[in-house]
Design a protein around this ligand. Structure first.
Ligand SMILES: C[S@@+](CC[C@H](N)C(=O)[O-])C[C@H]1O[C@@H](n2cnc3c(N)ncnc32)[C@H](O)[C@@H]1O
Length: 457
C-alpha cells in the first residue's frame, strides 16, 4: 500500500456515519462551487448507509443549509473568539449538532453533543473536543433565552439572523414587499418542500395514477394550480416505485407546468426548447403534443442532455430531437411555431428545495446572468415564425431576470407583442400586467415567472 492510499483510506474512515458524511458534504459546500444536491448525490452513491440513515443525512444537510444563518448567529454569540474563522471540521460539526438540538426532536440533545464531541476529537484532537462540548452544553442550558438582533434597531439584521437569509436578499425583498410579506416569504422559504407529481398522459391517466397511489396507501392532494399535477402529503422516495420507472409520472414542482400551459403546444407543431435539460418541460410539451410533431431540445451541456434523454426515454417521449450546443449558436432553416426559453437563472424561487443557493448566490450573479438571459430571449425570438409564440420563463422572483427583461425586449422589438396570460392560466397566478408569477408564501409552490410574446409579422 503506498502513502497516498493510506491517507485516502484514513480520509474516508474519518468521516464515518451520518454526521461524518454530513460534515464532509458541508465542508465541500463551503469550500467549492459545487451545489448541495450534486455533493449529496455523490456521497449517497458511495456510502453504505441504510435507507433510514440516508434520509437522516438528507434531512441534516438540507436543514443546516436552510438554517445556517440562524445557527451561525447563535454559535457566534457563544463561541469564544471568531466563529467564522473556526476550523471547517469543527465549524460544520457544531452546525450539525446545533441543528439537531434546535430542530430535530427525534435526536436527544445529549446524543447530538456526544456524537459531535467524539467526531471533533477524532479529527481535531482533545482541545477542540473540549471546546465543542462546553459550547454546545452552554447553548443547551440557555436554549430558551437566545437573543436575536432587536428588530426596532436593525430590522435587516434581525430578519437575516432569525429567518436565516443573507442580508442583501432581505434588504431587496423588504424594499419590494414590505415587512409583513417579507417575513412570510422568508418563513415559506424555510419550510420543507412539497413533493408534486405530474401525470404522464402518454402512458397513463390521472385516474389510474391515483388508483395506484391508493393501493400503496400514499396520500395525496389535488393541485390547485393544474389538473395534471398532484401533491403527495409526505416526502417519500417515490423514484424507487415501479410506476416511476415505468414512466407513469415525473417529479416536478407545480409551478413548472405553468410556462408549458402558457406556451400551448399542439400536436403536429414544431417546437424549440432552447434550454431543455433535464427535460421536465420538454416532457410536458411532448405530452400536450401527444408525441406528434417535433420538439428540438437544446442544452449547452452534453452531460445534462444525457439526463434529459434518459428521462424522456422513461416517459416514452418519441418526438424530441436533441442537440448539445450553446443555443446562441444554433441555426435552423425552418422556423418554429413555438419557442420556450426556460432560462438559466439565480433560482431564488426554489429555496425550499435548494437552500444552499441562499449562500452561494450574490447580487453580482444576478447582474451577470441578466445579459445571458436577454441574449437567449433574443435568439429564441429570431427563430420564431410570424404568428408564432415564445414563452420566456424562470424559477426566480427577481424583477431584473423577469419582467424588466421582457419590457426591454418589447421596447426594442416592435414586431413582437405581449400576450396576457389570463386566457390560459387561472387568475390567481397572473399579475396585473399579464405575466405568470408564483410566490412561495402566497401560492405554496416555488417562485416562478413566465411571459408569452407573439411575433406579429
Ligand atoms: C432552468 S434550466 C432548464 C430546465 C428545463 N427547461 C426543465 O424544465 O427541465 C436551464 C438550462 O439551460 C442550460 N443553458 C444555460 N446556458 C445555455 C446556453 N447558452 N445554451 C443552451 N443551454 C444553456 C443549462 O445547462 C440548464 O440545463
Amino acid at each position: 500500500m503506498n502513502e497516498s492510499t493510506t491517507i485516502n483510506l484514513m480520509g474516508s474512515n474519518l468521516y464515518e456515519g451520518v454526521r461524518g458524511h454530513a460534515v464532509k458534504i458541508l465542508n465541500r459546500v463551503d469550500r467549492t462551487d459545487a451545489y448541495l444536491d450534486k455533493l449529496l448525490e455523490i456521497e449517497l452513491k458511495n456510502s453504505n448507509l441504510s435507507s433510514l440513515d440516508k434520509a437522516l443525512l438528507f434531512e441534516i444537510v438540507h436543514g443546516v443549509m436552510r438554517w445556517m444563518g440562524r445557527l451561525d448567529w447563535i454559535l457566534t454569540g457563544f463561541y469564544k473568539g471568531q466563529f467564522s474563522k473556526c476550523v471547517p471540521n469543527v465549524k460544520n460539526a457544531l452546525r450539525v449538532a446545533l441543528y439537531q438540538i434546535l430542530f430535530l426532536d427525534k435526536v436527544p440533545d445529549y446524543a447530538a453533543v456526544n456524537e459531535a464531541v467524539e467526531f471533533v476529537k477524532k479529527l481535531q484532537g482533545q482541545k477542540y473536543a473540549d471546546l465543542a462540548n462546553a459550547l454546545l452544553r452552554n447553548i443547551i442550558r440557555n436554549k430558551d433565552g437566545i437573543r436575536y438582533p432587536d428588530p426596532e434597531e436593525d430590522l435587516v439584521a434581525y430578519l437575516s439572523a432569525y429567518y436565516s437569509h443573507p442580508s442583501w436578499m432581505v434588504k431587496r425583498w423588504l424594499a419590494r414587499f414590505g415587512r409583513e410579506n417579507t417575513e412570510k416569504l422568508l418563513a415559506a422559504n424555510n419550510s420543507k418542500p412539497v413533493l408534486a407529481l405530474r401525470v404522464n398522459n402518454l402512458v397513463t391517466t390521472m385516474e389510474e395514477l391515483k388508483k395506484l397511489l391508493d393501493e400503496v396507501e400514499l396520500r395525496y392532494t389535488d393541485s390547485k394550480l393544474l389538473p395534471e399535477f398532484i401533491r403527495l402529503n409526505n416526502l417519500v422516495n417515490i423514484t424507487d416505485w415501479k410506476y416511476f420507472k415505468l414512466g407513469y409520472f415525473t417529479v416536478q414542482d407545480e409551478s413548472t407546468g405553468l410556462p408549458v400551459k402558457l406556451l400551448k403546444p399542439e400536436p403536429g407543431m414544431r417546437v424549440l426548447d432552447l434550454c431543455a435539460a433535464p427535460g421536465g418541460k420538454s416532457a410536458f410539451i411532448a405530452d400536450m403534443m401527444k408525441n406528434e410533431g417535433e420538439i428540438v431540445a437544446l442544452d449547452r451541456f452534453d452531460s445534462r442532455l444525457k439526463i434529459l434523454e434518459k428521462n424522456l426515454e422513461r416517459l416514452k417521449v418519441t418526438n424530441v430531437r436533441t442537440h448539445a450546443i450553446d443555443a446562441l449558436e444554433y441555426e435552423d432553416d425552418r422556423l418554429f411555431d413555438r419557442v420556450l426559453v426556460d432560462a438559466p437563472c439565480s433560482g431564488l424561487g426554489t429555496l425550499t428545495k435548494k437552500p444552499d443557493l441562499k449562500w452561494k448566490k450574490d447580487l453580482g450573479d444576478i447582474r451577470k446572468i441578466v445579459n445571458i438571459q436577454y441574449d437567449l430571449l433574443t435568439k429564441g425570438a429570431s427563430l420564431l415564425k410570424p404568428g408564432g409564440s415564445l414563452v420566456y420563463s424562470t424559477c426566480t422572483i427577481e424583477p431584473e431576470e423577469n419582467y424588466e427583461l421582457i419590457i426591454k425586449f418589447l421596447e426594442k422589438n416592435p414586431d413582437f407583442q405581449l400576450e396576457p396570460a389570463g386566457d390560459l392560466i387561472a387568475k390567481d397566478y397572473v399579475d396585473e400586467n399579464g405575466y405568470v408569477r408564483t410566490l412561495p408564501h402566497i401560492h405554496g409552490v416555488d417562485g416562478s415567472f413566465a411571459a408569452k410574446i407573439t411575433k406579429i409579422k
